[in-house]
Design a protein around this ligand. Structure first.
Ligand SMILES: [Zn+2]
Length: 248
């Protein structure tokens, strides 16, 4: 089994990918190519059509909302239709920079509409949240969202981790684990092996970041959990298949 990068912004890194992409990433089996604005959706479709190992996700991120977005929401259907395995993300709430009341309202409004679409089409969601986990979960629950998904870039407490897990989400473990003093290093071994997956978030988080970084993350995870990298690979990739319903 190969590694699965569950959060990569291929539309942002495509020009810097190795010439023989994806063959040069021999350790990576699949990539979930995540978008954060409508203007990248077409490009994402092209990648997913060209590379069988790329699964597209379509979303509008809370910090990239434009006045035009509402007009595009009804086009989700055609995008999701092209790829039955495609999902919605990244979407959510971001209160990190203390948004104003009206900014918050806009974030809530767009997030809520995208949750409704995910529920309607029964697709998992990739959640982006900063300083808003409680608000995200409350909104999802108030809309009876029950398709699970990925809590991307997880770096919270054990209690916060269990909140997502109880709700049917897996945690996206990424570059935060590479930091020596990260709290995540203490939490990870205490989580069930079926509850987390790996992500690069390339090109963000690290200088020159690329999907290949999840190999490093898997190695550290293996050490922390007292397992070998092969176990980590099998567990995390199987977890993604489960969320995406990619059973063969
Ligand atoms: Zn992202």
């Amino acid at each position: 089994m190969l590694l699965f990068d569950t959060h990569c912004h291929l539309t942002d890194i495509f020009d810097s990918l190795p010439e023989n992409f994806p063959a040069d990433y021999s350790c990576i089996g699949n990539i979930l190519s995540v978008t954060y604005r409508y203007s990248d959706w077409d490009k994402n479709i092209l990648f997913a059509k060209r590379f069988v190992n790329v699964i597209p996700a379509f979303g509008i991120h809370p910090l990239f909302i434009t006045d035009d977005d509402k007009n595009h929401l009804n086009q989700y259907e055609s995008y999701l239709d092209i790829f039955p395995t495609s999902i919605i993300g990244e979407i959510g709430l971001d209160f990190y920079h203390n948004p104003t009341y009206s900014e918050k309202l806009k974030q809530y409004d767009l997030f809520s509409q995208q949750i409704a679409i995910a529920k309607h089409f029964q697709r998992p969601i990739i959640i982006h949240q900063r300083k808003s986990q409680q608000e995200c979960i409350s909104l999802l629950k108030s809309q009876n969202f029950d398709c699970g998904g990925f809590a991307h870039g997880f770096s919270g407490s054990l209690e916060q981790a269990l909140q997502w897990i109880d709700y049917g989400f897996v945690l996206g473990i990424g570059c935060v684990l590479l930091r020596n003093n990260s709290r995540l290093r203490e939490i990870l071994p205490r989580l069930p092996s079926w509850a987390w997956v790996l992500e690069s978030d390339a090109p963000f988080m690290q200088k020159n970041n690329s999907p290949i970084i999840i190999q490093e993350i898997a190695k550290i995870a293996a050490k922390l959990c007292n397992k070998n990298t092969e176990d980590i690979t099998n567990n995390t990739t199987n977890n993604v298949y489960r969320i995406l319903n990619m059973y063969s």
